[in-house]
Design a protein around this ligand. Structure first.
Ligand SMILES: Cc1cc2nc3c(=O)[nH]c(=O)nc-3n(C[C@H](O)[C@H](O)[C@H](O)COP(=O)(O)OP(=O)(O)OC[C@H]3O[C@@H](n4cnc5c(N)ncnc54)[C@H](O)[C@@H]3O)c2cc1C
Length: 405
């Protein structure tokens, strides 16, 4: 139902979704598939969200989920399955065929392509997304109907009245801060480590994901497409981009990624660079009255294990099931259980990411007496065990590839 006056639009729907990222779009499609009325409001333009390059590694269970619901056409056509990663340390390579240990694979398919595919599908099936409409106010969470107020660049105001709000608006969004601080607990960890995240228009020197543990700091090489590679360089968390000329980046990557006989890094245009602060945050519970948070809005995780987008899609699946159950039966039990279902997976993933951080950085401990040489020896033992001990490698593989646990 839509009443439009000069500058005020009023919409009524069953579920209002804030944010057209992976969490919001998967949720929107799952609800749409079951005939639940929903709309998405998004702060940015369509062009902006469709070109935002971030994640690239899709877990096995998320690949299965996208396939099960028919959302995987682009990924199946253009994504690349991965089953082996490579660690480099002390001039040696440690190949880990994690896929063989668990008979499963990752998919490399850039996040912006997933967003493009999901948006195209949702809109082509009649779904409504209000782009360039930031949510600025949330009201009525304690009453029968909640209301989201959005503004737009044309100075109009959109009011979306709904039964439930799905806060899929990322870590800097409005929804999380609409929950009273007395009703939540925030858990957070700063690792005191930064990563310079780089996107370069070059093929990577190997098709595998590479984690190089070097005395100057970690370096990573992650293929995204045949012509685009993401690189990471460990740096101080508050480092300035002005310290990183393209020449310095290529020289540092060449040094940290090199193993004997392999300095064949392909150089080319760097199209994006930014400094990421390695930190993790979890909010408990992930819901308040008529508001449910999903994805980065509820928790962020360091990009070390490549899990943020995967968790976001997993939350969206759980929330969709709960909402569908409610709208079919009037039974709120799954909605009440939403946080309890999501949080164990969130924490297991945080634990894995914390383990990965300690594996690939020599200074990830809060211990004041950091002895880099000591932790370097421990890292070497961990890599050897990954190669030589089947049970150790299998545990790693289960978490890394993302099996349903
Ligand atoms: C460099 C980098 C590499 C990464 N690599 C990986 C990886 O390999 N694998 C992985 O799984 N994860 C990775 N991540 C993390 C992943 O990108 C995020 O976890 C993921 O985007 C979370 O999805 P989301 O839908 O929860 O939030 P987002 O993708 O952040 O989407 C939130 C949306 O809400 C919109 N929004 C915000 N505020 C408002 C508002 N007030 N009103 C309306 N709309 C609003 C935003 O514009 C945005 O479109 C990486 C992240 C970075 C930065």
């Amino acid at each position: 139902m839509m009443n439009s006056r000069s500058l005020l639009k009023h919409i009524s729907t069953q579920a209002a979704i804030v944010g057209a990222g992976p969490a919001g779009l998967v949720l929107a499609l799952l609800l749409q598939k079951e005939g639940i009325d929903c709309v998405v409001v998004e702060r940015q333009s369509r062009a902006y969200v469709e070109s935002r390059a971030r994640a690239g590694l899709i877990e096995h269970q998320i690949v299965e989920l996208l396939r099960k619901h028919g959302f995987s056409e682009g990924m199946d056509l253009n994504g690349v399955p991965h089953t082996t990663c490579e660690f480099r340390h002390g001039g040696r390579r440690y190949m880990i065929p994690y896929g063989d240990h668990v008979h499963a694979s990752h998919f490399v398919y850039p996040q912006q392509f997933i967003v493009q595919d999901l948006l195209q599908l949702f809109i082509s099936r009649g779904g409504i997304v209000f782009f360039s409409h930031p949510a600025v106010k949330i009201e009525g969470l304690e009453s029968d109907r909640a209301v989201i107020t959005c503004t737009s660049s044309e100075n109009s105001v959109l009011k979306v009245e709904c039964d439930f709000i799905a806060g899929c608006d990322g870590f800097q969004g409005l929804c999380r801060s609409s929950i009273p601080s007395t009703d939540t607990k925030i858990f957070s960890k700063q690792y005191g480590i930064g990563w310079l995240a780089i996107l370069a228009e070059v093929p990577s020197s190997t098709k595998k994901l590479v984690y190089a543990l070097h005395k100057s700091g970690f370096a990573g090489q992650m293929p995204r497409t045949s012509q685009i590679t993401r690189y990471y360089l460990e740096c101080p968390p508050n480092d300035q981009l002005s310290n990183w000329s393209d020449d310095r980046i290529w020289s540092e990557l060449g040094k940290r990624l090199a193993v004997d006989g392999d300095e064949n890094l392909i150089q080319g245009p760097i199209v994006e660079k930014r400094v990421l602060n390695m930190r993790s945050v979890v909010m408990e519970p992930m819901q308040y009255k008529r508001l449910f948070l999903a994805g980065d809005a509820a928790h962020i995780i360091t990009p070390v294990g490549a899990k943020g987008m995967n968790l976001a899609i997993s939350d969206a699946d759980v929330l969709a099931n709960a909402l569908i159950h409610y709208f079919r039966s009037g039974d709120e039990v799954l909605l009440r259980e939403y946080s309890h279902v999501c949080l164990p997976r969130v924490w297991k993933t945080q634990e894995f990411s914390d383990w990965m951080i300690r594996l690939i950085h020599s200074n990830a401990d809060s211990d004041q007496n950091k002895d880099k040489d000591f932790s370097d020896r421990l890292r070497q033992v961990r890599l050897e065990r990954l190669q030589q001990t089947d049970t150790y490698a299998k545990l790693f593989a289960e978490s890394y590839v993302g099996l349903k646990q």
